[in-house]
Design a binder for this molecule. Structure first.
Ligand SMILES: Nc1nc2c(ncn2[C@@H]2O[C@H](COP(=O)(O)OP(=O)(O)OP(=O)(O)O)[C@@H](O)[C@H]2O)c(=O)[nH]1
Ligand SMILES: [Mg+2]
Length: 256
């Protein structure tokens, strides 16, 4: 009996060591049929090579170009890939929030479907969270990162938008690239937190309203969109302005 009792903790330790955090990665799509098949292949092989337990949830807003069919055919051969189709609703942040709600994983993530976010960087992002960081961000503005072929106007607007977030971000977990659409966050940081569903800038909301106390930014080179058209437009800028105003108010205690 005594031998059994002594043996048990050792077995439990080994099991705990093997028990890696599960990743629930959401990929929002709107007419990404030319990109999503290739991206799913790349993401699965990166995560499999690292033995990272995962599920991928593609949240598609009823695309008309066959995006859903491409995802369904991958999902038939790999049950770790799931498709959620939203009808009558659009919006990047809302799609990601709905995808996260459909996952029970301990680590929640998001990346774009258009191959602008390098899938191989998932390894470094996941490592940061498994080593204890609350959030890991694929960053264009940390040393080694970059925005690729953006023109002067887009670079200027992006820099100004980042600058405007500095007072509202928390000192201990401030991101140089709070506009990134490529990040992983511990689920517990978001438990009970209400995030804005409109717009593209979910990370900023997560950093300010989430319980995020530590961060690692991993440099990424933001590639050119592979296929299809950009969905960024004037409304994305307007939604960002509304989010920023709400976050300033929230930091002053309004709406908590
Ligand atoms: N489900 C859903 N996904 C969306 C919506 N709008 C954009 N997306 C997806 O969100 C990701 C980012 O959109 P993009 O159009 O690439 O925006 P961007 O990367 O800021 O702009 P570009 O640099 O011009 O590509 C892509 O995977 C899109 O398919 C939407 O309303 N619903
Ligand atoms: Mg894009």
């Amino acid at each position: 009996m005594a031998e059994e009792a002594e043996a048990k903790p050792a077995e439990t330790d080994t099991a705990a060591e093997k028990c890696a955090l599960r990743l629930g990665l959401v990929i929002p799509t709107l007419n990404e049929a030319g990109n999503i098949g290739g991206l799913l292949g790349q993401v699965r092989s990166v995560l499999d090579a690292q033995e990272i337990p995962f599920e991928i949830i593609v949240v598609d807003d009823d695309s008309r170009d066959g995006t859903g069919d491409v995802v369904s055919s991958v999902a038939r051969e790999d049950p770790r890939v799931r498709l959620i189709v939203r009808k009558g609703e659009k919006g990047l942040s809302g799609a990601v929030i709905d995808g996260w709600a459909a996952s029970s994983a301990e680590v929640l993530g998001v990346m774009d479907a258009d191959l602008q976010h390098p899938p191989e960087m998932l390894t470094a992002l996941y490592a940061a969270v498994s080593e204890g960081k609350d959030i890991a961000v694929g960053s264009r503005y940390t040393a080694g990162g970059g925005v690729g072929e953006w023109n002067f106007v887009r670079r200027f607007l992006s820099a100004a938008a980042v600058w405007a977030t500095l007072p509202v971000q928390h000192a201990g977990a401030r991101a140089k690239d709070p506009m990134s659409g490529f990040f992983l966050v511990r689920r517990e940081c978001l438990e009970g937190v209400r995030l804005q569903r409109e717009g593209f800038k979910l990370l900023l909301d997560v950093l300010v309203r989430g319980r995020v106390r530590s961060i690692r930014e991993v440099p990424i080179a933001f590639g050119a969109r592979s296929q299809g058209a950009s969905k960024a437009n004037f409304k994305v800028g307007w939604d960002y302005a509304r989010l920023l105003m709400r976050l300033y108010a929230w930091r002053c205690g309004v709406g908590r």
